[in-house]
Design a binder for this molecule. Sequence first.
Ligand SMILES: [Zn+2]
Ligand SMILES: [Zn+2]
Length: 364
Amino acid sequence: MRIRAAVIAKAGGVFQVRDLELEEPRETEVLVRVAGTGVCHTDLAAARGFLPVMFPAVLGHEGAGVVERTGLRVTRVRPGDSVVLTWGSCGACGPCRRGRPAYCDRFFQYNFTGRRPDGTTPLRGGVGEVSGVFFGQSSWASHVVADERNVVPVSSHLPLEKLGPLGCGVMTGAGAVVCALRPEPGSSLAVFGAGAVGLSAVMAAALSGCDPLIAVDLVPERLEMARELGATHTVQAGKEDPVRTIRSICRGGVDYSLECVGHPEVLRQAVEAIRPLGVCGLVGMASPGTRAPLDMNTLLSGRTVRGIVEGDAVPDLLIPRMLAWYEAGKFPFDKLLSLYPLNDITQAEEDMKAGRTVKPVLIP
Ligand SMILES: [Zn+2]
Ligand SMILES: [Zn+2]
């Protein structure tokens, strides 16, 4: 069928919205009409060539929409069902069988290449094949074909066009708190970087009863938003030394910190801000080969640094949980979103890079 999608021809290229041809879903796949699809920093990293995506490609991995058709062996959803699209995993390897799909042995093949694990793609354009399975979905498009493992059914009375970011960015921040760090009520937590991921972490930490709950960022407007979403303290990096300020708020440092920036200096701060036996979660993605200057003696005194992919989440469990919080008015993730028509994708990208919008959502 004919679809509209934002195509990028090569690493470092520009996005062009045009018509493409999408194959029918295979036996275990579904065809989804996209209602809305977020823009995540991983998309922009892929567009710059930091991931092994085969170009030309359609990116986008925070889609939500309505199932239109299903393959013969699909059992999870039916035509007409509302779904959030999410990232892929094999379901068969050790980490997947232990309930840790974000650490799937084949995470790269399922998410970063833009192709199905067998190398094929359901999309073609004027010049030939177009990668159409980025993170199992390539959702900057009017329609996508995705494996049923990549869709999570949701209630149809929710604002579907806004739900896509639950499948990656919001999941990454919220999951880092409730699935990975699991702070006890009353424990202290500092979030470095108040973008979509960091602010989602702030909301989840507030729900978990973290106090003090400290947000660190360069931009005053984002810190103000962090306060609105539950931060008890904010630190404007660049104006004050985050480590010193955090230690003055919490004697000896915080119990937990989260690095949501992907910057070596910020990781150093996030580690030095925790107390002995504290845990620093690394969520931010740095460019390949980035090294961080950690004082080995800081680590020696019982501190832990651990990487966290996709919030350690099992999407089928965390997405419904986040939606229940949202419906109870305790997780207003939609405050992070700004909606743009798919045609304005370049504007959305510029606004995101300039910090004018936290999380753009494209409407096909
Ligand atoms: Zn796996
Ligand atoms: Zn993402």
